[in-house]
Design a protein around this ligand. Structure first.
Ligand SMILES: Nc1ncnc2c1ncn2[C@@H]1O[C@H](COP(=O)(O)OP(=O)(O)OP(=O)(O)O)[C@@H](O)[C@H]1O
Ligand SMILES: [Mg+2]
Length: 570
């Protein structure tokens, strides 16, 4: 399991050079590798942020493992899909095997779920009968799972829901019937964290789209029991459906993907678990680490203990050491879907052996008994995915996707990524998410402008300008700006000598001493030639060079004219 800092980032003392990259900070340490946020420099000040997965030093001595991990990553580099992290480069640098991939600012699903669970949640009880409202609130409060607030009428309800998060709403179907629908709509629009609504009373509708579940009773103990079940969920079911739709879609693509020659890649993920599902601060969802588990499962047998977290998502065939095909991934996504909806992993035991045994032998409790009122299709979907025999599961990820899309259509599930982004912001705190998105990418507040001033407002645009200035200055290429006033007034891009762009074309050129660069560009004596006198560093092109160039151009024009004359005559 990965070990991460509060924002998923442990700061390095200083950026570290690694091959073509600059490592900015360590994001996490997993069982087999460390993940770094890195920067790669292109020409003209172009900068790209990437995530670098670098095999842990003690495993780098295992050539079979390194070979396997690199081979799988090379295969996965053929995958290009909106819900899959793109692999940019695979290789070995400074004796360390690495994978350079798209960096997604945000957090993995495992961290999101843990952060959501750690949050103190808030239940709002609104009932037309004040006595019953208090009794309901009292029973839920006794669970000690959340703070409970009572809203005696529609006005109070509006105030309460405006003043803080609403993770669970307990609403009276009779007393507040007149205002129920608009109230629900308003709460849902403003609260992406709303898990479900419990509609208390004998009447009322049931709908997944409204997150609601009817408890045909006003018995406080019964309602509290239901509230405990709802509060076991980390994510609202609509967001679970949104995340899982992306995962199913990614799998459907990967399982059937081919290379440019049309040969099937036969990619199997083999390690679908919450840490490999990344959720960005913008609400996009991407699967990472395709195929890497082929290498790590070999190691699992050798290095026990490091991988406990992922045992709970294995398929029965993996838990029995048998070969796994795409249907193994279907079992793993079934486990993940079940866990997110039910609020509990169906197989996790006290240790890896108990877990693997449960995977092989135990049938999970039906989803419906743990979360009543969810669309029955979701229960059927998970039950089928969790069949012990691969033949009894869905045939393909596409089949699962089709079922899930049926739910989405029928219940009008909102797939707008902003909702997921909003949830991330609530769980992580608005400020935390903003920091994650900006400073974690190495933008604000550093680096300083070329004149030594820090970036002014920390906006990405401003920071990119600052970054450019910083990078150019670091490479010893910046021309000093005339005055401080001039640069702060316009916040212009720093000027630099464009002739230097002709120099080394590697993506991340190492800085060269200006004298050597200039000499190489213009010096007829040839810098570094034995006995050649070093030309002084000059920035202008000497007049004799222009003369030679003009003569060459005239000769070329004359040759071209003669050639055309010849063709015309023929
Ligand atoms: N491309 C990426 N962009 C942003 N964060 C990433 C990226 N890849 C991985 N991470 C983060 O780094 C963490 C660690 O990843 P890593 O794959 O090393 O470990 P793991 O998934 O926890 O376990 P395992 O070693 O079994 O894969 C992830 O959980 C995620 O939070
Ligand atoms: Mg991983």
């Amino acid at each position: 399991m990965a070990e991460t800092g509060p924002l998923g980032g442990l700061t390095l003392d200083a950026p570290v050079r690694f091959g073509d990259f600059t490592l900015l900070k360590r994001i996490a340490t997993g069982g087999t590798a460390e993940i770094y946020l890195a920067r790669r420099h292109g020409l003209e000040g172009f900068v790209r942020h990437l995530a670098i997965k670098r095999v842990l030093p003690h495993l780098a001595d295992n050539p079979d493992f390194v070979q396997l991990i690199l081979d799988e990553a090379r295969l996965a580099a053929h995958l290009h899909h909106g819900h899959i992290i793109e692999i940019h480069q695979v290789g070995v640098s400074d004796n360390q095997a690495f994978i350079a991939m798209e960096y997604l600012p945000g957090m993995d699903l495992g961290r999101l779920v843990r952060a959501a669970r750690r949050r103190r949640r808030r239940v709002v009880v609104a009932h037309g009968d004040p006595g019953l409202a208090r009794a309901l609130a009292h029973a839920i409060d006794a669970l000690d799972l959340a703070d409970v607030v009572v809203a005696p009428g529609p006005e109070a309800l509006r105030e309460v829901t405006d003043s803080g998060p609403v993770d669970l709403l307990v609403l009276d179907t009779a007393g507040l019937a007149a205002t129920r629908d608009p109230v629900l709509a308003a709460v849902q629009a403003a609260h992406p964290e709303l898990l479900r609504t419990i509609l208390v009373g004998p009447t009322g509708g049931r709908g997944f789209g409204t997150y609601s579940v009817v408890e045909p009773t006003s018995n406080p103990d019964e309602v509290a029991r239901l509230a405990a079940q709802v509060l076991a969920m980390a994510l609202p079911p609509e967001l679970t459906v949104q995340v899982m739709r992306a995962v199913f879609d990614a799998l459907d693509y990967a399982h059937t993907a081919s290379d440019f020659a049309g040969r099937p890649l036969e990619v199997v993920h083999r390690d679908i678990n919450p840490s490999n599902v990344l959720v960005s601060i913008n609400g996009s969802v991407k699967l990472v680490d395709f195929g890497i588990a082929r290498a790590t499962t070999t190691l699992r047998r050798e290095v026990r203990g490091n991988f406990v977290g992922t045992y709970a998502y294995m398929s029965p065939e993996q838990a029995s050491g048998r070969a796994a095909d795409g249907r193994s991934d279907l079992f793993s996504v079934g486990t993940l879907l079940y866990e997110l909806l039910a609020g509990v992993n169906p197989f996790a035991g006290d240790n890896e052996f108990a877990t693997m045994r449960a995977i092989r032998e135990c049938t999970p409790e039906p989803l419906d008994t743990l979360q009543p009122g969810l669309p029955p299709v979701l229960g059927e979907l998970t039950a089928r995915a969790l069949a012990k025999v691969p033949d009894a599961r869905h045939l393909t990820a596409r089949d699962m996707l089709r079922d899930l899309e049926g739910v989405i259509r029928r219940d009008g599930v909102d797939l707008n990524p902003k909702r997921l982004a909003g949830f991330l912001a609530v769980v992580h705190g608005q400020a935390g998410v903003a920091a994650f998105g900006v400073s974690d990418t190495g933008y604000a507040p550093q680096p300083p402008h070329a004149n030594g001033e820090p970036s002014t407002d920390g906006s990405p645009r401003d920071a990119v300008r600052g970054q450019l200035a910083h990078d150019v200055a670091a490479a010893g290429r910046a021309k000093p700006t005339a005055s401080r006033e001039e640069s702060t007034q316009e916040r212009e891009e720093p000027t630099y000598d464009r002739s230097l762009d002709r120099e080394p074309t590697t993506l991340n050129p190492r800085p060269l001493p200006p004298a050597a660069v200039d000499g190489a560009a213009v010096g007829p004596a040839g810098v570094g030639q034995p006995g050649a006198e070093q030309a002084p560093a000059t920035r202008g092109t000497p007049p004799w060079v222009w003369g030679i160039m003009a003569a060459l151009a005239a000769a070329a024009a004359a040759g071209w004219w003669l050639f055309l004359q010849g063709r015309g005559g023929a």
